[in-house]
Design a protein around this ligand. Structure first.
Ligand code: 16C
Length: 258
């Protein structure tokens, strides 16, 4: 990370990921910057109409009712604070295909179509069918990135994973039994460290992670609005609780990954 002396002007370091050479890179970089900017805004700062629809301890979930051509595309914004885990760990388990079947309960099948680089993958996923609608699938790139901590230069970095739908020539949309859905998802994580007063080493008791999860899913075709809203009201809280509990369990006896 860039170390600055007083008065020195910060410059954005050049991206070092080999993904910069890929045809999708310009779109990935632009989308990640936009999504992170939006995710960092508080619920009061990012437009009106946000309604709290689920709350459980530190977890709060908001949605905005929106429709395009009669299809529900309600944006979702969730915030959560989880003790004992870091942002790097949360993003690692969310990004890596190795763990996806462990926590993603709506998943039927996942394929990595292309490994663009260590931090950038192209996925094809089919999801469980919701009666009475057709089954859904998604093709999306997924990119994980470390972001400089501009609020506290000595504090841990922030981490993000952005997933965004894209096209893939070898998998044209709506050519099989599944309807293609279009998603934009941003997971943004900030680690907080509360050092022990007696100077003893930092343990998991001294860290917590603020998680922001933003998502917009276009169902891509007919699905009854009432069913869809009932499904996401149940599935998003279930996902965020299950996924964060999974990260807690996976990391509890491992060294802290900042
Ligand atoms: O972000 C999440 N997961 C990532 C890794 O998998 C990735 C995937 C996102 C897919 C989100 C939409 C999938 C919904 C398909 C159908 C749902 C089946 C429910 C089955 C119930 C038995 O970014 C975590 C994703 C958490 C998903 C919560 C569910 C959201 C439902 C939104 C409505 C979709 C329209 C379906 C039209 C029939």
């Amino acid at each position: 990370r860039e170390r600055l002396k007083t008065g020195q002007i910060p410059v954005t370091p050049p991206p070092t990921s080999p993904a910069v050479l890929h045809r999708l890179w310009a779109e990935i970089d632009k989308t990640v910057k936009q999504q992170v900017t939006m995710a960092r805004m508080g619920i009061g700062e990012c437009g009106t109409g946000w309604q709290l629809f689920a709350e459980d301890g530190e977890m709060k979930m908001y949605r905005r009712e929106e429709e395009i051509d009669g299809m529900v595309v309600d944006p979702l914004k969730a915030v959560h604070v989880v003790k004992g885990i870091t942002g790097h760990e949360v993003c690692h388990y969310f990004f890596s295909p190795k763990y996806r079947y462990d926590w993603e309960t709506t998943l039927e099948h996942m394929t990595v179509l292309e490994t663009i680089s260590d931090d950038t993958l192209l996925f094809l996923q089919t999801h469980k069918r919701i009666w009475p609608a057709s089954q859904r699938e998604a093709v999306f790139w997924s990119h994980m990135r470390k972001l400089p901590n501009d609020q506290d230069r000595d504090g841990p970095d922030m981490w993000t994973v952005v997933n965004n739908s894209t096209e893939d020539e070898s998998h044209p949309a709506n050519s099989g039994k599944c309807v293609r859905i279009y998603l934009t998802v941003c997971l943004l994580c900030q680690t907080r460290v509360h050092p022990p007063k007696d100077g003893t080493p930092i343990t998991r008791d001294n860290v917590s992670c603020k998680i922001t999860y933003c998502s917009v899913v276009n169902p891509g075709g007919w699905a009854p609005a009432s069913v869809l809203r009932a499904v996401y009201k149940r599935e998003y809280p279930k996902f965020l609780k299950r996924f964060t509990t999974y990260v807690t369990n996976q990391t509890k006896n491992k060294p802290i990954m900042f």
